[in-house]
Write a protein that binds this ligand. Structure first.
Ligand SMILES: NC(=O)c1ccc[n+]([C@@H]2O[C@H](COP(=O)([O-])OP(=O)(O)OC[C@H]3O[C@@H](n4cnc5c(N)ncnc54)[C@H](OP(=O)(O)O)[C@@H]3O)[C@@H](O)[C@H]2O)c1
Length: 331
């Protein structure tokens, strides 16, 4: 712990939901780990769009004040009763566990994954939530086959750059939607074969052009409300729409009847929470992800790094579509 032992430490908390200004850098007490828990001294946190949904009140946060943040990397400095397979000094990371924006925290040991020395702290902090999301989308939600045409939204974003690289490795023809020419260049450098400037261009029209009228086998849509119809209209018969995020707001209720004339389409609204809900599921994805990152097949682009205390500015940049790749909050 920065200030040693079981004492005061710092965290980003909210006392009410709202804009980035509700994020406060405050003293907290961490305490000793309970049964099945460990205490972590954290060195970096990943910033994720879900942090914006929780901060703004779109997703429920529970009791206030609440420490936000879902993923981080750190070193175990105390073990609770009954913890097996971890020792003081182990370097670990985790996704999807509220309370990450802190110098130190308590956490259930079964949420943690050991990180090899070849992966540095910034990469480890950025890769778990976004990388495991890319993993389940490509291997479980719609298992991509070589030769598939697929559509990836926010292709130059945190999840997007990982999705594009991984889909490319699987042999897919990757079409990426991006918000600017600079983002298009970055997406293409990360495995995207074609880019659509979706602020100006008609998505289904461009998809039909690129796929010789066929449409895509899967659309991985993190934008939500603004792109739902474009995604449906870009699919080939039996195509899968994985609507997995709400950057533009939640998708409006819709009549499933519309899926029939468009080609017997499938729509799913997946979440990483389900895909790592057992230790076995978590490790299955994490082992594959860590191998791909450690082996150099997938590069995690940490393109913004800010001190955790400046978390509000990092949220502002993310919501303003100013970021590319991942943002890491350092401690
Ligand atoms: N369901 C799950 O399991 C799961 C897990 C992880 C992440 N996600 C979702 O995946 C998405 C990506 O997350 P991330 O953390 O990697 O963020 P990100 O993609 O790095 O950032 C969001 C990007 O969305 C695009 N965007 C389009 N319309 C937007 C709008 N109205 N407001 C803000 N951004 C807009 C922007 O890219 P352009 O400028 O290129 O449009 C922006 O850079 C988020 O929607 C997140 O909720 C879902």
């Amino acid at each position: 712990m920065k200030n040693g032992g079981n004492s005061m430490t710092k965290a980003i908390r909210i006392h009410q939901t709202g804009g980035p200004e509700v994020l406060k850098w405050e003293d907290i007490e961490v305490g000793e780990p309970g049964a099945g828990q460990v205490r972590l001294q954290q060195s970096a946190c990943g910033l994720n769009y879900i942090d914006v949904y929780v901060r703004s009140g779109m997703y429920p946060v529970g009791d206030m004040p609440a420490i936000l943040g879902m993923e981080a990397v750190g070193v175990v400095d105390a073990l609770g009763a009954g913890v097996d397979g971890l020792a003081v000094g182990d370097r670990v990371a985790y996704p999807m566990t509220l309370g990450a924006y802190a110098e130190a925290r308590l956490i259930d040991a079964d949420k943690l994954v050991k990180i090899p020395d070849s992966i540095n702290d910034e990469t480890a902090a950025a890769m778990m939530l976004k990388g495991l999301t890319a993993h389940y989308l490509l291997f479980r939600t719609y298992p991509v086959q070589a030769g598939d045409d697929i559509l990836v939204y926010a292709a130059a974003g945190g999840v997007g750059l990982i999705l594009c690289q991984w889909a490319n490795l699987l042999g897919a023809n990757v079409i990426g939607c991006v918000g600017s020419e600079a983002k298009a260049e970055l997406a293409r450098a990360n495995g995207c074969h074609h880019t659509i400037l979706y602020r100006d261009e008609d998505i289904p029209g461009r998809v039909r052009e690129i796929t010789a009228g066929k449409g895509v086998a899967a659309a991985y849509d993190s934008i939500g409300k603004a792109t739902f119809e474009s995604s449906l209209d870009s699919l080939q018969p039996f195509g899968v729409l994985a609507t997995y995020g709400n950057a533009s707001g939640p998708v409006e209720p819709f009549n499933p009847g519309v899926l029939a004339p468009k080609g017997s389409l499938y729509v799913t609204r997946p979440t990483l929470a389900t895909h790592i809900s057992t230790r076995e599921l978590l490790l299955q994805g994490a082992e594959r992800l860590i191998d791909a990152v450690a082996g150099g097949q997938i590069h995690i682009s940490v393109n913004q790094t800010l001190p955790l205390a400046q978390c509000a500015e990092a949220h502002r940049q993310l919501e303003a579509r100013e970021t590319t790749g991942s943002t890491v909050l350092t401690i």
